[in-house]
Design a protein. Structure first.
Length: 201
């Protein structure tokens, strides 16, 4: 399979069609693409830590969401994934799309935030409000399981890891239901949920 960026981004019959292929991205290639990309958003270190942990623990999965390059060969999506490849010094298989119009960057994610942990817990069967409370409690339990302070905000679970924690602690649902009945500032409700869970179980 060709891996030459210039070759793959050469226009095909007018260069109007996007091309997507699966490539194994080496740390060296990832760094070269980062060096050549246009200015983008600030790197979120929490995201880098999360992706790096997934890579090092063998949790990384090949998905349709990969890297995107515009017609000038500049990477317009994939900054955090490439940074994680460099940080872990591990090559990864990834879907890569070439020849995307430059304005594609403005439409990435549809302007909507990616699915959050409470979305994932809602999918597990929790009511939406209950899932929102449970997500905060699950994050605290995730840190506790890893021997960190439950207040360590730089240690965040992926959605998959969060669901696994919830499945190990199903009593969180009952604790959140109780916490939801207590008049408390919303920003503190997840803390009450975690404390109630520990008190009940």
């Amino acid at each position: 399979m060709a891996t030459n960026l210039v070759e793959l981004t050469m226009p095909d019959k007018g260069g109007q069609e996007m091309v997507t292929t699966t490539m194994t991205i080496s740390p060296q290639q990832a760094q070269a693409w980062l060096d050549g990309m246009p200015s983008q958003r600030r790197v979120r270190q929490n995201k880098i830590r999360l992706l790096s942990r997934q890579i090092l623990e063998g949790r990384w999965k090949l998905t349709p969401h990969g890297l995107v390059f515009d017609r000038d060969g500049r990477m317009i999506d994939g900054q955090h994934r490439c940074t994680a490849i460099v940080a872990t010094n591990r090559p990864l298989a990834m879907r890569v799309t070439f020849n995307a119009p430059a304005e594609t960057f403005l439409a990435l994610d549809g302007g909507i935030s990616p699915k959050t942990l409470d979305d994932a817990l809602h999918h597990e069967g929790l009511a939406k409000g209950q899932a929102l409370l449970a997500a905060g409690a699950v994050r605290m339990l995730f840190r506790e399981e890893r021997g960190a302070s439950i207040w360590e905000s730089t240690l965040q679970p992926s959605n998959e890891e969060g669901v696994e924690v919830y499945r190990r602690h199903p009593g969180v649902a009952a604790a959140c239901e109780l916490a939801g009945r207590v008049r408390l500032a919303p920003s503190r409700s997840h803390q009450r949920s975690c404390c109630m869970y520990r008190g009940l179980y």
